[in-house]
Design a protein around this ligand. Structure first.
Ligand SMILES: Nc1ncnc2c1ncn2[C@@H]1O[C@H](COP(=O)(O)OP(=O)(O)OP(=O)(O)O)[C@@H](O)[C@H]1O
Length: 265
């Protein structure tokens, strides 16, 4: 494994008050190797999505550096920064909200190729779309002309994965992609992400509240608390032997949340 991403002292403040005290991210530092799957956990509102959105160039940081595959992204602006967007894609929590209802599945998966200017030839683009759909087990002939509302939640989330992988990124930010799926679909999506990781060496930053899912999937876990990464380590070690007082509390809280969910299902 070699280094893919190194985030150093990342800082983010929303709104006009740019004081340190109001920063959501104060000093976030972590790294990720090529092909590595790293989970990011933390309380609700801790800033996990903000980290993901900054990495995916959907949000601008207020400080710190993001070294990615040989370049400091924070030094790049406009077109040059967007060029990296091809290599860092994102899968969102709500598979319905993140797909335009006016576009058919084929066009939705083709869109990133056009935006990123990945392939000029339309026939080749169509081929890439078909490949991406097949990889997520959606038959292009059957699903290509359908619209999002004609798909199940699990199928829609697989379209989200196809959109994320069609440009062959090096890193996919997964922002709670399983939280709106039921247990069997959750496991199915994890299986698919694992397969794509093994096949293409795509690394994931996997944002989640579901610690059970991280076991056997995430190589490492990062714990975000009060604007800092306060704990990190191999997944099983962080879950079974949490060290930081916040991690101990968080793991307990997430466990009891899972137990309540399990009882109500
Ligand atoms: N565009 C924005 N403008 C102002 N505040 C924002 C914006 N986006 C997020 N925030 C605030 O920043 C904080 C962190 O939000 P973020 O969505 O990153 O947290 P999170 O850890 O992903 O939460 P959750 O687990 O509930 O999804 C929250 O208090 C949120 O209200």
């Amino acid at each position: 494994m070699s280094l893919l991403l190194n985030v150093d002292s990342l800082r983010k403040v929303y709104g006009h008050a740019k004081h340190e005290e109001t920063a959501i991210l104060k000093d976030v530092s972590f790294s990720l190797q090529r092909g590595e799957i790293v989970g990011l956990i933390g309380a609700s509102g801790a800033g996990k999505s903000t980290v993901g959105r900054i990495l995916a160039s959907l949000e601008q940081q207020n400080g710190g550096t993001i070294w990615f595959d040989g370049s400091d992204l924070t030094e790049l602006t406009g077109k040059r920064r967007r060029a990296f967007a091809k290599d860092i894609q994102m899968i969102f929590q709500d598979p319905y909200d993140s797909l335009s209802g006016r576009m058919c599945i084929q066009d939705l998966v083709e869109e990133p190729l056009i935006i990123q200017k990945y392939e000029k030839d339309s026939a080749k683009r169509r081929q890439l779309v078909n490949e991406a759909l097949s990889l997520v087990s959606l038959d292009p002939k059957k699903y290509g002309a359908r619209f999002p509302h004609e798909l199940s939640g699990g199928e829609r989330q697989r379209v989200g994965v196809a959109r994320a992988l069609v440009c062959r990124p090096k890193l996919i930010i997964c922002d709670e992609p399983t939280s709106m799926l039921d247990t069997s679909l959750r496991l199915e999506l994890i299986g698919l992400l694992k397969k794509l990781n093994e096949q293409f060496g795509i690394a994931y930053l996997f944002i989640t509240h579901d610690i059970a899912l991280t076991k056997g999937f995430c190589h490492r876990l990062l714990v975000l608390y009060e604007g800092h990464i306060v704990d990190q380590g191999f997944t099983e070690t962080v879950i079974e032997y949490p060290e930081h007082p916040f991690t101990i509390k968080l793991i307990e809280a997430l466990r009891s949340l899972e137990n309540t969910k399990g009882e109500s299902q």
